[in-house]
Design a binder for this molecule. Structure first.
Ligand SMILES: NC(=O)c1ccc[n+]([C@@H]2O[C@H](COP(=O)([O-])OP(=O)(O)OC[C@H]3O[C@@H](n4cnc5c(N)ncnc54)[C@H](OP(=O)(O)O)[C@@H]3O)[C@@H](O)[C@H]2O)c1
Length: 436
């Protein structure tokens, strides 16, 4: 039997382009859906990606979710349909578009297997996921139901945590690059996640498509060496950079308190982090060897967490900002309470509060700041039970300590606060004049 012909939908996306590459690499005649120019708009990267697929030997098939007939015609060309439409709310989310595709596959009647856009936590096992993140899994379950009711043969690929989204930032919510000074530890940092290189996900997915062992089943990608707690991930990075990071523990309550200030897409992401790092949804995952990709395909040498993190080592050094705080002397100085009282305090100047949420702002932890000081955390003095967005401009408590490194900060006089400075969750630092 020859190798199946494969159609990939969502082929220019983050997972899609890897699936195209893996399908070609494993010798499948590969078709990629090309959406019309009205949908591509001026997305020049998409066009470039499509051209590169063509050069590598893929066939481009014009079709659109807006044109049902074109979908039917496209799926008639192949044996296997793999869909990788978007499903990350911070970018875009179009999982339910697949309902049209399922209809088209049913009508075409020739498809031997459909692999829907999944590649994450097994939707079936996420029934108790936190809102609003649960929507990701609910939508995927709606698609599964449609597939099964239509009698379409399928394989569901559960890839757990896609590495770039989780490992890049050492499992810190809202981060995709690893730090070199401090790290936020979610909870006790001991609950296990399962981290998988996205290229490996694509390789395993293509392996399943002609494999009778994976028909009408969920296949889990759980590389044994990559089942790690956040603390273990951090340790691997520390070993790579030869330095121990300052750890700041973030309790579940404080983590969840930051949710209200986020937009919907970010809240979805926060819910997923909650489920994995505070609730340990993946810690209790029990998978038989017959359902686990690295056991089914031992010939695939998967990427370990160390290997994955290695690529960030040079990158992080290169993009490390080197900004020195400008002109200390013409700035205003104001003294705050400190706990414990610090002889270094006069080095810290006034902070104008922007009402931004409940304490503490963990992103401030470890921020290297003026004259070799490290700010470990910032607390409002009127801490408990304060309305999130309605804090008075009152005192703050700043924990400082001496730091050996000079101040390096990416965004001029903004303190970097959780989860990211672009959302303006920042205090403006007005000055750093010495009060001695
Ligand atoms: N567990 C994890 O850690 C994790 C992380 C990330 C993603 N995932 C999962 O991986 C899967 C793929 O996500 P991704 O990040 O690779 O997606 P993506 O790059 O955001 O988007 C993939 C493709 O979706 C198509 N698309 C988006 N909006 C569309 C629209 N309105 N109409 C038609 N097509 C549209 C586009 O296809 P074209 O190429 O045709 O333009 C796009 O390239 C999802 O199921 C997601 O939930 C899991």
């Amino acid at each position: 039997m020859g190798k199946s012909k494969v159609l990939i939908i969502g082929g220019t996306g983050y997972m899609g382009k890897r699936l195209v590459k893996a399908s070609l690499a494993q010798g499948h005649e590969t078709y990629v859906m090309q959406r019309p120019d009205t949908e591509i708009g001026v997305d020049i990267d998409k066009v470039e990606t499509l051209i590169s697929f063509k050069k590598q030997g893929a066939h481009l098939v014009p079709a659109s979710f807006e044109d049902y007939k074109s979908l039917v015609e496209a799926v008639k060309l192949v044996d296997i349909v793999i869909c990788a439409v978007s499903g990350v709310h911070i970018r875009s989310h179009s999982i339910l578009l697949q309902l049209k595709l399922v209809e088209a596959i049913k009508e075409a009647g020739n498809v031997k297997r459909y692999i829907p856009s999944e590649f994450g936590m097994d939707a079936e096992k996420m029934k108790n996921a936190m809102e609003p993140g649960k929507v990701t899994f609910d939508d995927k379950m709606v698609v599964r139901k449609a597939i099964e009711e239509a009698g379409i043969p399928f394989t569901y690929v559960s890839a757990n945590c896609i590495a770039a989204y989780w490992l890049g930032g050492l499992c810190q919510f809202g981060k995709i690059l690893p730090p070199r000074d401090h790290v936020i530890i979610h909870g006790d940092g001991n609950l296990k996640g399962i981290y998988v290189n996205e290229d490996d996900i694509a390789t395993y997915t293509i392996k399943t498509i002609d494999d009778p062992r994976t028909l009408n089943k969920t296949i889990y990608i759980c590389p044994p060496e990559n089942i790690l707690s956040q603390r273990e991930v951090v340790q691997k990075w520390e070993k790579l950079i030869g330095k121990e990071l300052h750890k700041i523990t973030l309790s579940k309550d404080d983590f969840l308190a930051s949710k209200k200030a986020l937009d919907f897409g970010q809240q979805v992401g926060l819910s997923h982090y909650h489920d994995i790092l505070y609730e340990g949804f993946l810690t209790s995952l029990k998978i038989g060897d017959e359902d686990e990709a690295s056991k089914l395909y031992p010939e695939v040498k998967y990427t370990t967490v160390e290997e994955y993190l290695e690529q960030y080592n040079t990158l992080t050094s290169l993009i490390r900002p080197s900004f020195s705080f400008p002109n200390h002397t013409d700035r205003q100085c104001k003294i705050f309470n400190t706990t414990p009282a610090s002889p270094l305090l006069p080095e810290i100047a006034s902070v104008t509060q922007t009402p931004i949420g409940r304490y503490p702002f963990p992103g401030a932890g470890g921020t290297k700041f003026s004259r070799g000081l490290t700010i470990h955390s910032i607390y409002y003095s009127d801490t408990p039970a304060t309305n999130q967005m309605d804090l008075p401009s009152s005192e703050v408590i700043i924990h400082v300590s001496e730091s050996k490194t000079n101040f390096l900060h990416p965004c001029s006089d903004q303190l970097l606060l959780f989860p990211d400075w672009r959302r303006r969750t920042a205090c403006t630092v007005q000055g750093t004049q010495s009060c001695k």
